[in-house]
Design a protein around this ligand. Structure first.
Ligand code: FAD
Length: 392
């Protein structure tokens, strides 16, 4: 009976373990994760958990009893140190070995540390796991000024969770606009005004020269003081285990359309994997719950000899205060934009739809507080892909 070992107890790893059972896999399933906690959802960490100061929002991915019921062996608080492909074994940090017939790499990503003098020594806070969130919440009562490095989703969600609190938040973004890799210039500008109106100080094109104890020194010599520093400058995929095992690495662990790596017994899914995607001209590594879950379901089907569900359009959400941003599809920064709604309305009840086009074809739809439009956009993008015959 086939033994499957999954490395990483995040969204992709857990969904794959349960997906395998659902698809009828009868062999052993072992899920190894270095996080000691029962696997949990990450999105609430920078939203409801932080906003409620830890009172609400903690959500396990599955109840503890379900792992036993589905005969999924959980090895938590254990890091996998090595993959021995020739022996089909993984080596854990305590020296024990796990044999596998198929190995799934779901190792996720970790915070990127920009090469700024003094940053590593300053031991900035982060928001990647439950322990990070607890640390931030515990520090909040004594925090008058928080400096956030990075104007992407996590930095902005954190700022939003502190809107109206006694902590003054200054967010430093090196690029000229917020969330520049992911949303249209119009939406970047809308969110800037939305946050500034609620008290967040936003500095784009910020050139931080050096991180000093309790201070940031900017390129023009200006010194900005803070009580705490949060690093939210993007993530990098955890590929080292795969690289050491000689697997092909690009902007993530490279896979084919069946999510197999350069070793056909090893698969990679979620934030750590770079995979072909019918909605992207080149293989792409996506950082979203939707992608992690979809790839997990596909691998579970493939490993049990079933036809995998087709890949739908990538989608993502980010709650920033009362603004629920949703993105369907994949746009490139220079894709054309068409705005529906009033960009001047930055109230809590504002609604916006921004459609993105390339060569006249719809590539993505960005919405604020428009759940129905978002769902319809996913459907439209799927149908267009089916019609084009490029889906897989
Ligand atoms: P991860 O969840 O990162 O899990 C990988 C796990 O593998 C980690 O626990 C890691 O420690 C472990 N691991 C790595 N190497 C080893 C090893 N050698 N041995 C053992 N274990 C190992 N996405 C959205 O779509 N919407 C959102 O609103 C949203 N909000 C987010 C908010 C926060 C604060 C964060 C951090 C992420 C958010 N995301 C959101 C992104 C989303 O959570 C990720 O895309 C998703 O969790 C990826 O799942 P994963 O299983 O691939 O990786």
């Amino acid at each position: 009976m086939n033994q499957v070992v999954i490395i990483g107890s995040g969204q992709a790893g857990v969904d794959c373990a349960f997906g395998l059972r659902q698809q009828g896999h009868a062999g052993q399933i072992t899920l190894v994760g270095d996080d000691p906690e029962l696997p949990y959802q990450r999105p609430p960490l920078s939203k409801d958990v932080l906003k409620s100061r830890g009172e609400a929002g903690w959500l396990p991915l599955r109840g503890e009893a379900l792992y036993t019921k589905q005969d999924i062996s959980l090895q938590l608080g254990q890091q996998v140190r090595e993959i021995r492909r020739a022996d089909r074994q993984v080596i854990l940090e305590d020296g024990s070995t796990l044999p596998y017939d198929q190995l799934i790499l779901a190792t996720g990503a970790r915070n990127r540390l920009p090469p700024l003098p003094g940053l590593a020594e300053a031991t900035p806070m982060a928001l990647r796991n439950a322990a990070d969130t607890r640390r931030l919440i515990a520090a909040l009562p004594d925090m008058d000024r928080l400096a956030i490095i990075g104007g992407g989703f996590i930095g902005l969600e954190t700022a939003a969770a502190l809107h109206g609190s006694s902590t003054e938040v200054t967010l430093y973004e090196a690029a000229p606009r917020l969330m520049s890799r992911s949303v249209s210039p119009e939406l970047s500008d809308w969110f800037r005004r939305f946050h500034e109106a609620r008290g967040t100080i936003i500095r784009t094109e910020a050139r931080i020269e050096e991180v000093l104890p309790g201070q940031l020194r900017l390129s023009d010599g200006e010194i900005q003081a803070h009580d705490a520093l949060l690093l939210a400058a993007g993530v990098m995929p955890n590929v080292e285990l795969a690289a050491d095992a000689g697997l092909e690495i690009g902007n993530g662990i490279c896979t084919d359309a069946t999510h197999a790596t350069s070793d056909p017994a090893i698969f990679a899914i979620g934030d750590c994997a770079e995979a072909p995607n019918p909605f992207s001209p080149a293989p792409v590594r996506l950082e979203s719950v939707a992608c992690a879950s979809e790839q997990a379901r596909r691998v579970a089907a493939i490993l049990t000899g079933k036809t995998p569900p087709p890949q739908g359009p990538p989608w993502f959400w980010s709650n920033q205060g009362n603004a629920r941003l949703q993105i369907a599809g994949l746009a490139r920064p220079d894709d054309a934009t068409e705005v529906e709604g009033d960009l001047q309305d930055i109230s809590d009840t504002a609604t916006l739809t921004i459609r993105r086009y390339r060569d006249g074809s719809l590539t993505a739809v960005e919405t604020v507080n428009q759940a129905r439009v978002h769902m319809q956009a996913r459907k439209t993008l799927s149908e267009a892909m089916e019609t084009s015959g490029r889906g897989q």
